[in-house]
Each structure stands twice: as C-alpha cells, then as structure tokens.
Write a protein that binds this ligand. Structure first.
Ligand SMILES: *Cc1c(COP(=O)(O)O)cnc(C)c1O
Length: 442
C-alpha cells in the first residue's frame, strides 16, 4: 500500500515478522523438584507450565486470527503463530523427545509438509505396506512432481540398502505397518540411509505407537510425525498431525511450509489435542492390556493373529528393541472372506469404522474399507489377505469385549460353543457375495 503512514506505523509494519514467526524456546522447561531435567513421560503428559496471566489450569483457546500491537510482540497472525498452538507444540516437543514440534491440520497434512522439501529428481525409499493416504500422496508426487519413489520391503534391511544411494533424499518408514503389523528396523535403516547420503532425511510415521511407546528420533530418525487424530487425541473428535525434529534447519523448513500454506492447527483443535494428550498414558496402558488379552484369546482359538505383543510374532525381538509396548491394533485371518464379513457384521461393541486410537473398540476389514483404494492386484502382490480383520482395541471392560467377540464368532460360524467352551474354527472356502459396506480410503 502506498498511502503515507506516520513514521511509527511504518516502522511497525517493516518489523512485523511475516515470514518466520519467532517461536519461544522449545521445549518449554519443566522443572522437576528432584533435580532431574525431565519428569517421567506419564507425568510430562499431564504437567504443563503455561505461564498464563491468570494461572488458568487449562490453556485458554486464543480464538483470534490477528493480534494487535507493534514490534517485538510474540504473535501477529494465527497462520504464523497462535498462543494455544505454540503451547501445544512446546508440550509435544517434550513428549516426542524433540527439539521442536509443529502441529498441522491432519496426519496427511504433516506428511505433505515433510515431503514438500523434496525437489524433482529426488529419490524416496519407502515401504510396500504403507498407510493408504501416504501411498496416494507419494504416487501423486511421482506422477506430477518428478519425485522417484522406490517401494521396497522395509522389513528386509538388505533390500532397503540395495535401494539406497547418494540420490536418496528421503526415507519414509512406518512401523508397525497396518494391518499386516510388520516391523521395520528404524535404527538399522537410519544408519544405512545416512551412510548412503548424510543429507538423507529419515522420516518415521509413528502413528501406530504414539510417543508414549516409541521415539523414532532417539533411534536415529531425522523426523517423526504422526496423525494426532489417533492415539494422541484418543476420542475421534479432532483431526491433527504432529511433526517432531531435532534439527533446527529442518524445523525452520517445515515451519516455512506451514506458514506458507496455512495448514497450522486451529486454536480450538489445538486445545482439544492438548486435552487428549493428558490421558495418553492411561488410555494406552488400558488399550494395550485389552489388546494383548484379545490377541491371546484369538490365538488360543486357532486364528492366525498378528500382534507384536505375541511371542509368535516373527519380529517380536526387533519390535521390543525399539518400542516400549505393543500398541492396541491387531489383525487376524479367518480363512474365508465371507466368514470375516459375518464376524465384522456380528459385533456390537466393536464398531465398524476406519481409523484407530479411539477409546472405543473398532473392527474393520481393511480390504473392504481402509485399503479399498489399493487395487486388488497390488493387494495380492503385497500379500494382504482379503479375509484379514483388523481390531483396534479400546478401553472398555475386557470381559464385555471378549463376550462381544465370542458371540460374533459363534454367530458367524467361526467357532462352535460346546460344554467345554469354544471349539476350533471350521474353515470355509467358498466366497459368497459381499455384504460389507465398501468405504473408500478417507
Ligand atoms: C491415520 C493415519 C495417517 C493420516 O492421518 P490423518 O490424521 O487421518 O490425516 C497417516 N499414517 C497412519 C499410519 C495413519 O494411521
């Protein structure tokens, strides 16, 4: 604008920080009275020093797009920075063992921010069993952005090594994968990637574990990100994505993208996520205890169960070398698509829904729902069994959950109830008509 302005205002406008909002130091200090630098994670989750002017116990929602004032003030425009969002980011940085955390409007938004640092010709090495949305975004970038994407079986370190080179700009990992629950060696791959190219950015999608159970940055990753829609929020009432880094340069690049594209998490959603995070430890403990009992129940009754809490998981040792728990997502096979469909339709407490991480238990058939956007030939190539059922276990009473599952197994004809209890499943080979509702990848 060319209208003459008084000196003071001109000075103010020239100093407004529209490119790089000066964030307060992160992580925010917590000051345990016992002299340690940090409290245990379960304490850090609930404890915050907000510095609020009225000592509010809950961080206020600064539902304001703009902030008045002149030079030197912390906030001017909520796309660039908002106190509620900053508080969440500082809180998350501590929990994610990161020097800096950033929050955006969804998990896919986080993936978009991270992959925007790629340039045409850059190579990405990633898994062959990725979250559908990640797969879709990478495919778009390959087709439209000149990015070379190499999908390999990331459970095999030698295959990953063979795909790595000095052209590898990014390695994108997910562990455990979903719904095949395959484990990927984060530390091994991070070392190999940095040997191939010291500038390669190793990014880990930590959604299945959450920072309560796994910290990829401590294992050598450069970026950890996850969908806050899942365990971090825990109630399926908000969408969010979080990114954690130790490198200040990477943090600045991601912040630049968030400020440029305007995908920073809104104040109210930041507040909802802050509230959800406070109960992460209790929810996760209860959810994984329930999941473990259900996994054992299904395994005992003859189903092929995939869950890293079970000793029968072929990568049990690897998983426990990098994570503190098994999480609350498991999958099992029944031997028949029709039988799986009948089971999924017969549960009541386990609601049919995509997604996971909620306090409620969910059941789904990935090939019909979350992974329906992957064509059948690719699903076959990736050995994704069409009859696989995924359970995302919530915090309900365990006996009620097992009863619900038991009656569904009986009604579906997967097991029969005798005086001795359940007897092993009958296998069915005919694939009858599909009745499960097809829900596309969100
Ligand atoms: C849900 C999910 C995402 C995407 O997160 P949104 O918040 O739904 O955008 C990414 N990765 C994994 C592993 C997920 O489960």
């Amino acid at each position: 604008m060319t209208t003459p302005t008084p000196d003071g205002i001109a000075k103010t406008v020239s100093q407004l920080d529209l490119d790089g909002h000066d964030l307060p130091p992160s992580p925010a200090p917590s000051t345990p009275s016992n002299g340690r630098s940090k409290y245990a994670l379960a304490t850090e989750l609930v404890y915050t020093e907000s510095g609020d002017q009225y000592n509010s116990s809950s961080m206020p929602i600064y539902q304001s797009a703009t902030f008045k004032g002149g030079p030197g003030q912390e906030y001017d425009y909520s796309r660039s920075g908002n106190p509620t969002r900053t508080h969440l980011e500082r809180h998350l940085a501590k929990i994610m063992n990161a020097n800096r955390a950033l929050v955006v409007s969804s998990g896919m938004g986080a993936c978009d921010v991270i992959t925007r640092i790629l340039k045409p010709g850059d190579e990405v090495v990633t898994g062959d069993d990725l979250y559908g949305g990640t797969n879709r975004l990478l495919t778009y970038m390959k087709d439209n952005g000149g990015i070379i994407v190499k999908h390999v079986d990331t459970t095999k370190l030698d295959r990953v090594k063979a795909a790595l080179s000095d052209k590898t700009a990014m390695v994108l990992l997910e562990t455990p994968t979903n719904p095949l629950i395959k484990i990927v060696d984060i530390a091994g791959i991070a070392t190999a990637a940095h040997e191939a190219n010291p500038n390669a950015v190793v990014s880990v999608d930590n959604t299945m574990m959450s920072p309560y159970l796994q910290n990829p940055l401590d294992l050598g990753a450069d970026v950890t990100y996850e969908s806050g829609t899942k365990y971090l929020s825990g109630h399926h009432d908000v969408m969010a994505g979080v990114i954690g880094v130790n490198s200040a340069a990477l943090g600045d690049k991601f912040y630049f993208m968030i400020n440029s594209t305007g995908c920073g998490l809104a104040p109210f959603d930041s507040w909802l996520l802050l509230r959800g995070i406070k109960t992460l430890a209790v929810r996760m403990e209860k959810q994984q205890a329930n999941a473990m009992a259900i996994a054992q129940f299904l395994e005992t009754h003859g189903f092929k169960v995939r869950y890293p809490g079970l000793k029968s998981h072929s990568q049990y040792a690897l998983h426990w070398s990098q994570a503190r728990g098994a999480g609350a997502v498991l999958s099992f096979e029944t031997g028949s698509i029709a039988l799986s469909e009948r089971i999924v339709e017969s549960t009541k407490l386990f609601g049919i829904s995509v997604s996971f991480g909620c306090v409620n238990s969910l059941i789904s058939m990935p090939c019909r729902m979350s992974h329906a956007s992957i064509d059948p030939a690719t699903r076959k190539e990736r050995a994704l069994p069409e009859d696989i059922i995924r359970l995302c276990v919530g915090i309900e009473d365990l006996t009620d959950l097992i009863d619900d599952l038991s009656q569904a197994l009986v009604r579906a004809g997967a097991v029969t109830l005798t005086s001795e209890g359940f007897v092993a499943k009958e296998t069915e080979s005919e694939e009858t008509g599909t009745t499960t509702q097809v829900v596309d990848e969100p």
